[in-house]
Design a protein around this ligand. Structure first.
Ligand code: BG6
Length: 280
């Protein structure tokens, strides 16, 4: 069965030797397996019952990255905490299977609508091929006036050992270091290793980023401007209730997004951004 929807909380999609699981809560992709190997990290302590954003997989950040002075929205917005609608199979052929999910302002909580009183329609398309996972996020402004948003595909990659991880593609790119009060630096290293807490927003990043060191993946982004690299390391891991103290060793987040400047969207316009993850 290429699409299984017997579990009311998630859809399981299979194509060739690949599969994905997508929770309707947050439209969070929690698993991507290729030839039986899991490529995404999902915390053993993740809440999967809709009481908290899912810790792992690919949570969707919209319409706000992080927290913002003067904004009533919670950290990373409401898309990851809202119940999305199954929109059905878009394409199914020998090469690929595409399914879609949707969310509008009518489906979010009253509290969130009050915090962000704009009208919108979101579509998230998930495309599976034998060795790639493509996720396309489309945002339509259905209000009468323009509004602004920031957004991110908050991808948690599973890695055998974070000490072996190497990230390439960000050499000489300016980044804001969230661990240093958002100090702006330039990436001096052609190959980034993770040896401690990392929380960086690479601004105007190239479209192709590679992660090597055990569970190798190449990321190709479009529409999105920036790339966030995050690993909480020891102290932050201990502070998160839905993340094991040792789990920082088996994950790295490399997140494509438009977060530094964000996107200004006029009434009736649609913006699209996405990523293709390929096993290398
Ligand atoms: C990253 C941010 O994208 O998400 C970090 O850059 C943040 O600052 C991390 O800690 C996790 O956020 P949350 O809300 O899921 O705990």
């Amino acid at each position: 069965m290429p699409v299984q929807r017997s579990d009311p909380s998630k859809a399981v999609i299979t194509h060739a030797n690949s599969s994905v699981e997508v929770y309707y809560y947050g439209c969070t992709l929690t698993s991507w397996k290729v030839d039986g190997t899991e490529k995404l990290f999902l915390s053993k302590h993740a809440k999967l019952d809709g009481t908290k954003a899912i810790r792992g997989g690919i949570p969707l950040v919209f319409p706000q990255f992080g927290t913002l002075d003067g904004s009533a929205l919670p950290q990373h917005g409401f898309a990851r905490n809202s119940l999305w609608e199954w929109k059905g199979v878009v394409t199914e052929n020998a090469e690929q299977l595409t399914v879609a999910f949707g969310l509008t302002h009518e489906n979010i909580s009253d509290e969130m609508r009050k915090a962000w009183p704009n009208e919108f329609a979101l579509t998230y398309e998930v495309t599976l091929t034998a060795s790639t996972l493509k996720t396309t996020f489309a945002v339509t402004n259905t209000s009468q006036t323009a509004w602004h948003f920031t957004s991110l595909l908050h991808t948690y990659f599973h890695v055998p050992s974070v000490s072996d991880v190497r990230i390439t593609g960000l050499h000489n790119i300016s980044y804001k270091d969230k661990t240093q009060n958002n100090a702006v630096m330039s990436e001096a290293s052609p190959i980034i290793a993770i040896n401690g807490e990392v929380d960086r927003v690479y601004m105007g990043a190239p479209d192709i980023i590679k992660i090597t060191g055990g569970s190798d993946v190449s990321i190709r982004k479009w529409g999105f401007e920036d790339v966030v690299v995050w690993n909480p390391w020891i102290e932050k891991a201990e502070k998160m209730s839905d993340f094991g103290n040792e789990e920082y060793k088996n994950m790295v987040c490399v997140e494509v997004g438009s977060v530094a400047g964000g996107v200004q969207l006029n009434a009736s316009e649609t913006w699209k951004g996405g990523q293709t993850l390929s096993v290398v």
